[in-house]
Ligand binder design. Sequence first.
Ligand code: SF4
Length: 476
Amino acid sequence: MASQFSGILQLTDLDDFITPSQACVKPVKLEKKPGKSIAKIQIEDDGSYFQVNQDGGLQKLEKAKITLNDCLACSGCVTSAETVLIAQQSQDELYKVLQHNKQSSAEQTVVVVSVSPQSRASLAARFNMSTSDTARRLTAFFKNLGVHHVFDTGFSRNFSLLESQREFVERYQRKQQDKKALPMLTSACPGWVCYAEKTHGDFIIPYLSTTRSPQQVMGSLVKSYFADQHNLTPKQIYHVTVMPCFDKKLEASRSDFFMKQADTREVDCVITSGEVMKMLEQEGLSLNDVEPAPLDTLFSSVREDELLRHEGSSSGGYLHHVYMHAAKQLFGVEVKDITYKTVKNKDFQEVTLEKDGTVLLSFATSYGFRNIQNLVQKLKRGKSPYHFVEVMACPSGKVNGGGQVKPVPGRSSKEVLEQVEELYRAEETRAPEEEAAVEHLYQTWLQHVGEEKARELLHTGFHAVPKNTNGLVMKW
Ligand code: SF4
């Protein structure tokens, strides 16, 4: 089966990949008793594992089942385990919850779907319609299936951008005392984060921005704020996101985003744009046939029923937002337009703020594995000139995620990508600080939960994953 994860995950740790012929076995930890050396493990031809005791006796070891969490715990089994990942987070799981709600008169699960701007652009390209029209028809499609609310992760991205801006200014101000405060590397792409944690671990982690991605901010909004407002426990909500890639399934499954007390995930299931296509096909529908429904405006960025985007790249506009505000906040410079300078290829671009011949800010975008590898090497050699880098695993960024809708026969991927980008850019823009609902949530919800809790809801942490050489499970 061809891998559906981002190129960077497929390229990472090739040596570690378990070949498809091998069973994926969760390693068993051996208890070392005082005075006794550790027993050996013998693998039989049929793949069974035996513990060889000191007296030569064999004890069969149980084959453990791999759950999604276990799968992410080891550093090498992404390829073999992807069928597990996909099965545990797929449209079938969503259908199961919807079916349960239909059949049971007892407790109903509130189903929330949050759609990413890149996914709506991908579906818009497939059905030749505007992104807002697509969003209205998707809202109707999901609601007809029994979904209760359909939101837009463009809304939660406002928090991601504002928090990234604050984080950058704070890091910039402590750059003399903390050698790893800069460059700040964005962390909204789980393909890149997974690569960074597994391959460069403790070296790279301090550089990663702790600001949560839009998907995981939406997780906080839905399972924390929305649940409180509706007198629901987080577990009574089933939260699905629609994303441009499979790597987002990895992100949702991270232990950092599991609400221990409530015993639930902030995002229960991630389905890709392509999986939404499959759902439409399963229902025998084209989006063109679905009557549009009004958008759910609670967590959506809209102006007169039209969805809005952020300025800058179609991967979220992190560089744009942070650069404009850092220039103003740190140097009092009002930037009107940003000039991007292409370095080597279109996926590596630089933006520089200069005053009297002195470089004040040096920012870059780095998309795709090759550029990321170069960036990391520069950092390791102490030769990176950057203060901030927007990093994405996919060449051309998020609109080109591996989970986007595949081109119909006769259309090239390049052609479709251009159309998706164009549709994304056709949306009008609004700056995060101009979004009244976001300001309101900062003033009410986040002040109410307290500074520490607000940090927890909008930020996260990272963990170096040692290579899986000793057979012990390392948590991702
Ligand atoms: S760049 Fe975006 S689409 Fe590509 S792997 Fe990262 S999160 Fe997914």
